[in-house]
Design a binder for this molecule. Sequence first.
Ligand SMILES: [Zn+2]
Length: 487
Amino acid sequence: MKKTNFVFVSLFLPLVISIVACRPLIKKGELLQVGRENFNRYWILDKAVQSGDTLILQAEEAKLISRFVAKNFILSADIFTTAGAEGALYFHTDNKGSDPSEGYSVIINNADYRQGNSQKTGSLAFTRNNFIHTVNDGEWFNLRVEVIANHISVSVNNKIISEYIQPASPKRIQGLENMILSEGKIILQKSNDSGQIRIDGIQIEARDPDELALSDASFVDDSTGEILTLLNQQGFPVVDYHGHLKGGLTVEEICRHGRVFGYNYGIAPNCGLNFPVTNDSALLAYYDGIKDEPVFKAMQCEGREWITLFSSENISKYDYIFTDAMTWTDHKGRRMRLWIPEETFVEDEQKFMDMLVDKIEAILSQEPVDIYVNPTFLPDIIAGNYDSLWTPERMDRVIKVLVENDVALEINSRFRIPSIAFVKRAKEAGVKFTLGTNNGGKDDLGRLEYSLSVIQEAGITAEDIFIPRPAGDKKVIKNGLPAKITG
Ligand SMILES: [Zn+2]
């Protein structure tokens, strides 16, 4: 993002006069292009420092408070963070600014994963949370916030990160009752004492205050919708970590789906023998195709041959990698794909289960994956006996290998696995979890129904959810790839 200078404002003198009154509302069509020369007319600086063309928030709770009141508006600002700096843009609030329970706030935080607030830049906090890192510290980015009637949209570098249509009677948890639209001040505030937030050119366009409310035709406020609303207000990382761009589904479409229902997506290509991505150049090309998109960049490692096809360095560009135990070679040398009946051989249920658990142990202890997906999947021919075949002893062997190798367990909505009993046992042992769908195309994205019902029933909290490792801490770099095929 190119740094832009403050815009000179002498053209807007009539406006300047109109907004210095007490709590003036900026009027429809008025455009505030706020620059160095006129900054103090529009903003109160509290512990904030002006340096040339740039405003600097460094001290904890340093802030800019608007002298005007805005209702419907479009705000655009060029912002730069140095390492560790966190803050937020508040709107429809009073001048306290630090009270996130009044009006809404948009998070500014470009720290890597597992560092600082788990919500990253562009998150509409506690409403439509964003956990995806889209901007690095040390680079300028543009933040755009649109508030029109009951519709809020937040974009970073021209990509919509979060979006929300406030319903007529919004449900709010205790403490967030005032997180509603009204009109109020705009406040940009630092929230910690690390680093700096630098702000260049802010432009605010007042829109028609009588704009009509949008009806929300997409969000479904059933039991799943209620859980999604509740989890967002609790700051729970609701992420479908297992999405695929298949069947013509575009990244824009899958992101829109997530924004409407209130969760983030991780997108993975299928990488392995006889899959679309079979070598380093294809792996890099896929990454480059999604690197600027507001999704987690994931790699699905297929079959057992994947370890021979890609370099650790290229794998480590992805935010996380995952695999399942649905493809392996049995003791008679038959390469089985458990979802294909013609390729699956179950001659003795108990022996098959023991072999499956052996394979899961070998895969998860040797392949440097972050998540075990489609977990505990059984072929159709024995799937009806899931609860009796997944004995406590077998569950515990899988749980042990997950814990020992720091592998998260996916709660999969497509196959509705693992069972609630398995998840409760895994939680007890300290396993981390992900929610995942493994969609096959456009029409089966769902809304994480099974995953959400299981986390409710098993009492899984935000702390139990997997967050990707930061750069430099990837398992594939630390552990390397196994020398031999694992199964
Ligand atoms: Zn998949």
